[in-house]
Design a protein. Structure first.
Ligand code: PRE
Length: 376
């Protein structure tokens, strides 16, 4: 399935001069006029930034925390833009935010992760955008649900917004990890697969929650062919009112960007492409074999399923499953495959076996008679 989004290329609305990589930067929150304008000047001076971001209205987990400076910050953004020439980007969460941001001449709007989870909120924002030609970026929802992300993009696109991008900021997870929000790269890859022309901007600040990991995640995002980065930058992160640990000074940001390796999705070199084609040819053959063997395995699983049904044996066989897990992972390890990968693969295979055998157990009498006839 492909997503039918009507979108314009990124370079028609941002980074028209083609600075690589595309970086949108600025403070997590606009705090004071001096803080915002001074940060913007330092960012502009690096020559590596394509737009200035700032949080004006901040959705916070608990009441009583700093909830953003509010509309006055839009005036400060106007001044920052006038003095530096940087286009501005702001998060909007209500129709009123949209109206105020547009009135203040904000160039790019984004829908935050806590809004993307709620189709009512997204629809309210989409309705407020109808008839307006403004770029909009949609962050992934807080929870790892690709359809919610897709749904939000569709709602905004259906409202007539064609200057559209997604922002990958990571997902909430119950499990403890080094990251503030788990990247779950597979979901971003899933979105890219559904909508290859939709630009995806990575937000390493919210993924890591830790400035020391921003370079690492930025590089990984670029290697996964994401089209840009949104990075929080504050003139003095140590005194930032929000998300102090993940903000970097404009100078530190400049260093992070300098150290990034830029790679292209493809090369125009016949010799290299021939080599690539030959290796891909080998992979095609192996993949076909893997699938063929999977199908053969599944046929045996089906036979075992019939045997279990006819003899009243449970589908799940813990001891056998445990034996398979241990034997296969140690064999795979000897062949230099990671245990995590092997376990995932085996678990996927096992749950498919269980699904198939459940189907067999639940087969009607008539279905069983037909099955016997085909095997006769
Ligand atoms: O050995 C069995 O009983 C099977 O049905 C096969 C199989 C498997 O896929 O390998 C499936 C389910 C059981 O829990 C254990 C193993």
């Amino acid at each position: 399935m492909k997503l039918n989004l009507n979108i314009q290329p990124l370079n028609t609305w941002i980074n028209k001069t083609g600075i690589e990589p595309l970086v949108i930067a600025g403070p997590c929150s606009a705090e004071t006029e001096d803080q915002l304008v001074a940060t913007a000047h330092l960012l502009a001076k690096t020559g590596k930034i394509s737009a200035l971001r700032a949080g004006i209205w901040k959705p916070r987990t608990r009441p009583g925390e700093f909830e953003g400076i509010g509309s006055i910050g839009l005036e400060w953004l106007k001044r920052a833009k006038a003095e530096t020439g940087l286009p501005t980007a702001v998060e909007v969460a209500t129709a009123k935010h949209v109206e105020e941001a547009l009135k203040a001449g904000v160039d790019i709007l984004w829908v935050g992760a806590r809004s993307t989870v709620n189709p009512f909120t997204v629809q309210e924002i989409a309705d407020a955008l109808r008839g307006v030609d403004v770029p909009v970026m949609v962050k992934n929802p807080v929870n790892p649900d690709l359809s919610l992300w897709v749904g939000a993009l569709e709602r905004i696109n259906n409202a007539g917004i064609t200057k559209l991008a997604a922002i990958h900021r990571g997902f909430s997870s119950y499990e403890k990890s080094a990251f503030r929000n788990e990247p779950m790269w597979d979901l971003a890859i899933g979105l890219k697969t559904l909508a290859p022309h939709l630009p995806i901007i990575n937000d390493p600040s919210h993924i890591t929650g830790n400035r020391d990991l921003i370079g690492y995640i930025s590089q990984k995002a670029l290697d996964l062919d994401m089209q840009g980065l949104m990075i929080e930058s504050h003139i003095d992160p140590s005194v930032a009112w929000t998300d102090a640990a993940q903000q970097v000074t404009p100078a530190a940001l400049s260093d992070i960007i300098t150290n990034l390796h830029l790679r292209k999705p493809e090369v125009r070199n016949t010799e290299l492409n021939d080599k690539l084609a030959e290796l891909r040819n080998q992979i095609d053959k192996i993949d076909d074999l893997v699938i063929q063997k999977m199908a053969e395995r599944m046929k045996i699983v089906e036979k075992i399923g019939q045997h279990k049904r006819d003899n009243n044996i449970t589908i799940l066989q813990v001891n056998r499953w445990d034996e398979i897990l241990h034997k296969r992972t140690s064999y795979a390890k000897a062949l230099k495959l990671s245990t995590e990968f092997t376990e995932k693969l085996l678990e996927l295979m096992h749950s498919e076996s269980i699904r198939k055998q459940t189907e067999i157990m639940n087969k009607s009498e008539a279905g069983q008679a037909a099955e016997k006839l085909t095997h006769a």
